[in-house]
Design a protein around this ligand. Sequence first.
Ligand SMILES: NC(=O)c1ccc[n+]([C@@H]2O[C@H](COP(=O)([O-])OP(=O)(O)OC[C@H]3O[C@@H](n4cnc5c(N)ncnc54)[C@H](OP(=O)(O)O)[C@@H]3O)[C@@H](O)[C@H]2O)c1
Length: 305
Amino acid sequence: MTIQEWGEAARRVTPLCMGCSGLGNSTEVSDEQATATVRAFFNSPLNFLDTAAGYGDGESERRIGIVLRELGGLPKNHVLSTKVDRHAETGDFSGEQTKRSLERSLELLGLNHFQIVLLHDPEYSNWEHVTQKGGAVDVLRDYQAQGIIARIGVGMGPIDLTLRYLDLGGFDVVLTHNRYTLLNRSAERLIQYAAEHNMIILNAAVYGGGILARGPEAFPQYMYRDADPVTLDRASKMQALCSEYGVPLPAAAVQFSTRDPRITSTVIGMSRPERIQQTLDYANHPIPEELWPRLDAIGYETGDI
Ligand SMILES: NC(=O)c1ccc[n+]([C@@H]2O[C@H](COP(=O)([O-])OP(=O)(O)OC[C@H]3O[C@@H](n4cnc5c(N)ncnc54)[C@H](OP(=O)(O)O)[C@@H]3O)[C@@H](O)[C@H]2O)c1
């Protein structure tokens, strides 16, 4: 495939994407479990996976690369998105670091090209540093101009800063996380902006990192830290309301995103093979229309987190 064809293929992703941050956790997830999860993905109807150089400082990509080599490369019609990262220890996000990150990703994944590469979490670095001449943004553009990357974008948190990056131009993919869920809708204006600009919109962490998958009692955290009492109360009320309708809370959490026509794909974090089928079941679980306004009425955050 040419790089142009890869770029076009990047629009034909399934509405669900396997998020691979958990595959970078080598303390809790063994190589066997990680590779079994990736194999289950390639045996499923999903065609889209999202990783990053920084997930376990290369571990997630290394493990995906093991399976890609077994398959003889990324199978046709599959789309892989990765991200360039700052240095894991020094925090350096210079142009040189960005090149090293990209080259290591190519090597770990065993690829010659990328369909999608996102600038990852630039909020932890300085704007002037990342956007300077020859800096991280320029390096991404250079790789794209050379035909090594088909599409570039940003994958990050704070909404105003995300919009500032998008205003630089040239990005046609945006990944937002934890901010367009049953419990937080602060990315609404970002999603609207991106839709109006015909971007590929990836909505990640619709379980808020786990609370909407496991429930607030088992997992009382939102966005990787302890959830505040209001969020916990809302999550409990949502869980109770869903059960009135016989709907699992995670089914509502997934479909909150997949039912929004502006969103290209919903990125769900998974580190076990059985997650693929569970996710498909949640995505297909019947949900009566009247549940949605009732979930909205419980309330959600609109301020950025
Ligand atoms: N800055 C960025 O670019 C950025 C930030 C955040 C996320 N992301 C992307 O989005 C993906 C998703 O985000 P996330 O993983 O942080 O959060 P998430 O999708 O909201 O939640 C993932 C958590 O939910 C659990 N889970 C998933 N399916 C489940 C099920 N059926 N039953 C019970 N638990 C289930 C997972 O457990 P297991 O691990 O046990 O499967 C994991 O602990 C990431 O992997 C990454 O690809 C990108």
